[in-house]
Design a protein around this ligand. Sequence first.
Ligand code: ARG
Ligand code: GLU
Length: 693
Amino acid sequence: MKTLRFISILAAVALLAAIQPARADEGMWLPALISQRIGDMQAKGFKLTAEDIYSVNQASLKDAVVLFGRGCTGELVSGDGLIFTNHHCGYGYIQKHSSVEHDYLKDGFWALSRAEELPNPGLTVSFLEYMQDVTAQVLEGYSEGMSEEQRAQIVRQNSKKLIDAAVAPGKGLTASVEALFYGNQYFLFVFRVYSDVRLVGAPPSSIGKFGGETDNWMWPRHTGDFSIFRIYADANNAPAAYSPDNKPYQPKKFFKVSRAGVKEGDFTFVYGCPGSTREYIYSEDVRYTAEVSDPHKIALRTTRLEKMKKYMSQSQAVRIQYSAKYASVANAWKKWQGEAKGINKMKTVATKKAYEARFRQWASGTRYEGLLDRIEALIAQRNPYYFAYEYYNETVRTIELVQMASAFKAAFPSLDVIKSRAEDFFKDYYRPIDEEIFTAMMTAFGANIDQSLQPQFYKDQIAKYGSVEAWKDAVFAGSVFTSKEKILALKAEDLETLKTDPAWEISEAFRNWYNETVFPVLSSTNRAISLAYRDYMQGQMDFEKDKDFYPDANLTLRVAYGYVAGYSPADGIDYRPVSTLKGIIEKDNPDIFDYNIPQVLRDIYAQGGHEAQPVCFLATNHTTGGNSGSPVLNADGNLIGINFDRVWEGTMSDIAFDPEFCRNISLDVRYLLFIVDKVGHASYLFDEMVFAD
Ligand code: ARG
Ligand code: GLU
C-alpha cells in the first residue's frame, strides 16, 4: 500500500515535470562565475559547459559578444568581424550617414561590397578580455572602523593600481574596477576596444522600427530591429583608428547561426550587457517607485506627449521635427506604466515587508540589528529631495527654451559654439509646443513641490505676473532665445546681455536652487543609503545562506537563461510566443505611419509562400536596457535571435521578476536573413557566416 502510494506520487511528480516547462529563471549571472549555475542550465537543456561560456585559457562564447557603443550589445557572426546589433542601437550612426539624397533611415542601407561599408567616427566595440574577483586587493589596507571616506580613498587607490597594471602591456586595452553587490565584491574588467567599426547594412525604418511607438514594449511584435556592422583592425588584428588599410577583424570566436527555429519550451540564453537593476532594495524604496515616482513622471509625460501629438497631427513638418523627441519621451513613459502596474500586481511592497519582518527577527543580536530602521529613516529623509530632483528633471528641464539657455551657458562665452547650437536647436523647434509645455510643467511644479522646497525665484515670478500663463507670455516675448535670427545676429559685445535673458534667468535660478537646496541633502542621504545597502546586501546573503545571489546589473557582461514562452497578459488572453510575416501584412496600413511597410515587402508577400516566415519571439530571459542587440542563443550556443525589448507588463523585472509576466522580445534571426536577402539583396553576406543547421 505504502509503496503503491509512493509510486503514484513519483508518477505524479514525473508527470508534472513532463507537462510543465522548466520554471522561468530570474537572474543575470556573471559569466566568470557561471559554474555555480551550469548544473541548473544543463538540467534545463543547455548542452555546453561553463568553459564554453567563459574561459580565459581558450576561445569561448564571451569572445563573440561586444559592448556596442556605450549602451548596447552586439555579437560576432563571421570570421571577418561581422556583427549584428539592433536597428535602434545603430540608429544614430545610420542617421549621420543620411542626407536628403541618401536617406538611409528611410530607405535602408546595404553595402554591396566591403569597399562600400561606411566608417563611424566615435563608435567603438569592446571585447571583454577577462574579469577577475579583486575584492581582496581593492580592500587591502582597509580595516573595520575606518570612515567611509577612508574606505572610498583606499578603494580608489587600489583600483587605480590594478587598472594600471592590467592595461600597461597591451594596445587598445581599457580596464575598470566595478563594485558588485553595493561594494561587497569588486571585479576587475579588462576590455579590448576597437574603434574602426563600419556600417554594413540596415533595413528601412519601416522594417527596422516597424510598429514604432504603438508597438514599443508590446506583444504581438513585428519589428525587424537589426543593423549590421563590421569591425576592422590593423595588420596585427589589433585595435586601430580608422584607416582604409585596416583589415576585417579576425575574432577568436563567432556565433554559428541556427536556422532550425524556435518553439515553445526551447531553452534559450542571452549573453549581453544589462544596464541597471535594483533587485535588493528596501520595501519603502519600491513603494516610492511604484506609488510616487512612476505615477508622477507618467502623468507629466502624458501631458507632454499630448501637447506634441496635437501639433504633430496637424503638420507633417512638425511630425518630422518631433518624432525622435516623442519617441524618447514615450519609451520610458510606457516602461514606467508597466513597472508600476507590475509591482502593484505582484504586491512586491507587501512581499518585501514580510521578508523584512523575518530579516528583522533574524537580525536581532547580530550586527544587522537596527539596520532596516536606519534605512527606513534615511529614505524618509531623502525622499522629498529625491522627488524634487526628479520633478525638476521632468518639468523645468523639459522646457526646450530652458534647455537651450543651459546649452548656451555651457558654451559661454564662445559665440561660435552658441551660434552652432542655435542652428541645431531651431531645426527641430516648434514654439507653440514649447509654450504649452512651459505652462503645463511650471504649473505642475507649483502644485506638486512643497512650498517650503520651492525656489524663491519661482514664487517671485508667480507673484509678479499673477499666473504661470502670464509669466510664460513674458518669457517668450522677452527672450532672444526664441529667435534664431536674433541669436545668429549676436555680436561679441552683446554676450553679457544674454545673462539677463528671461530664459537664462530661469535656467540659472533653478540650477542654483538645485545646487544649494536639493543636492546637498540628496547626495549625503544617498551616500548613507548606499552604505546601508552594502550592509543590507551582505545581510541578505547571510540570512539566506542557500540562495544563489546575482549582482544587480551595471552594464557588465551577464548571462540570463530561460525558455521560449508566451504569456497571458490578462484574463481571457493568451499570447503565443512567435510572430510571423502574416501579422505584418495584417497590420500594414499606408495611412498609419507606424504600420506603413515598404512596397517591396508587400510585393514579396504577394508572391506567396511567406505567410509563416517567423519575425519575433518571446522568452523568459531576465533582461533590461543595455541588453538591446544581445545574442539570443539556443542549447547548442548557436544564434537564434537578437534581443531588443521586453513586454511592458514585465518591466518591473528591474526591481522584481515575475516568471508569469516577464518576457524578453527577440528578433528571430531567420527574419534578419530574409530581409538581408529579399530586401537588401545582400545575401553575399551569408558566404562568410557559418550555419549550424
Ligand atoms: N523599448 C525598447 C528599448 O528600450 C526599444 C526602444 C526603441 N524603439 C522605440 N520605438 N522607441 O528600450
Ligand atoms: N530596448 C531596450 C534597450 O535598448 C531593451 C528593452 C529592455 O529590456 O529594457 O536596451
